[in-house]
Design a protein around this ligand. Structure first.
Ligand SMILES: N[C@@H](CCC(=O)N[C@@H](CS)C(=O)NCC(=O)O)C(=O)O
Length: 237
C-alpha cells in the first residue's frame, strides 16, 4: 500500500532536516516527488501546509494532511512502512531514549552548529567550540550505549539516530574545512569518527548528503533570511 503512495516533499537543498527525510524515504523505498522550496520567497504550498512555522521539510502524502517537523516525519514513515528498514527500535523504553537524544540533538546541538557557522564574534565562536566538543563527547557515549558493540546507533544497520545525527556529518565536514574545527575527532571521539566513516561509505547516504558547495549556498541563504544573532557586533557606519 505505502509503496503506491504518491508523496510530495517540500525541501531546500542543504538542509540537514530535509536530508533526514530523503534518507528515510530512500531507505524505506518509498517513492516521492521532491519540490525545491525557495525560502526567500515561500510558495503558497509551503505557507498553507506549514502555516505556523512556515519552514521545511514538509511531507505531503496523497489524500492526507501534511506532516511537518523532520523527527515526526521520520516516525510517520516508520509507522506507514514498518516492514521495510525499521528506523525506531521495537522496545518502548529504547524508543523513548532515542527520542530524548534526538530531541536534545535538535534543540541544543544543532542550534550551536548553526550559530557557530553564522557568528562573526570570535569569542562566541570559541564558547561554541567548547559546547560542541562537550556535545560530541556525549554523542560518543550515546553511541557506545545504543550500538551495544555493533556498527551503528541502530545496531547492525542504520536506524533513527544514525539518520538524525548522520545528516549533520556534511555540516561537521564543512566546519572542518571552512573553520578548521572538527566537531568529532580521533582523540576525543574515536568511535564517532569510525561511525562517520561507515555512514559516508553507505551508498544511500552518499546519494542524499549535500555537497560542500550546496552547504555553502544554504548557509549564505540562512544568513540572509534569519534574524541577526544577538551577539553579532553591530556594523559600524
Ligand atoms: N525542527 C525542524 C527544523 C526545520 C528547520 O529549521 N528548517 C529550516 C531550514 S534548515 C527552515 O525552514 N528555516 C526557515 C525559517 O526558519 O524561517 C525540523 O526538524 O524539521
Amino acid at each position: 500500500m505505502a509503496q503506491k503512495c504518491e508523496m510530495k516533499l517540500l525541501g531546500t537543498a542543504g538542509s540537514p532536516f530535509v536530508t533526514r527525510v530523503q534518507f528515510s524515504l530512500k531507505l524505506k523505498s518509498i517513492p516521492y516527488e521532491y519540490i525545491e522550496e525557495d525560502l526567500y520567497n515561500r510558495s503558497e504550498l509551503l505557507l498553507t501546509s506549514n502555516p505556523v512555522f512556515r519552514r521545511i521539510p514538509v511531507l505531503i502524502p496523497a489524500n492526507e494532511p501534511p506532516v511537518i517537523e523532520s523527527l515526526s516525519i521520520m516516525e510517520y514513515l516508520d509507522e506507514l512502512q514498518p516492514d521495510v528498514h525499521r528506523l525506531l527500535p521495537s522496545n518502548p523504553s529504547e524508543r523513548a531514549q532515542y527520542r530524548v537524544l534526538a530531541y536534545t540533538f535538535d534543540t541544543l546541538y544543532s542550534p550551536w552548529i548553526k550559530e557557530f557557522m553564522r557568528t562573526r564574534d570570535e569569542k562566541r565562536r570559541e564558547e561554541l567550540k567548547t559546547l560542541l566538543i562537550g556535545a560530541s563527547v556525549m554523542l560518543e557515549e550515546a553511541l557506545v550505549k545504543f550500538s551495544k558493540g555493533k556498527p551503528f546507533f541502530g545496531g547492525d544497520d542504520i536506524g533513527y539516530l544514525d539518520i538524525v545525527v548522520g545528516t549533520f556529518l556534511g555540516w561537521f565536514k564543512f566546519c572542518g574545512v571552512v573553520f578548521n574545527f572538527n566537531v568529532i575527532d580521533e582523540d576525543r571521539t574515536p568511535r564517532m569518527v569510525e561511525w562517520g566513516k561507515r555512514m559516508w561509505s553507505n551508498e544511500v547516504f552518499q546519494s542524499v548528503i549535500p555537497s560542500h558547495e550546496i552547504h555553502r549556498k544554504f548557509l549564505d541563504m540562512l544568513i540572509d533570511i534569519l534574524p541577526p544573532l544577538p551577539q553579532q557586533p553591530a556594523v559600524s557606519a
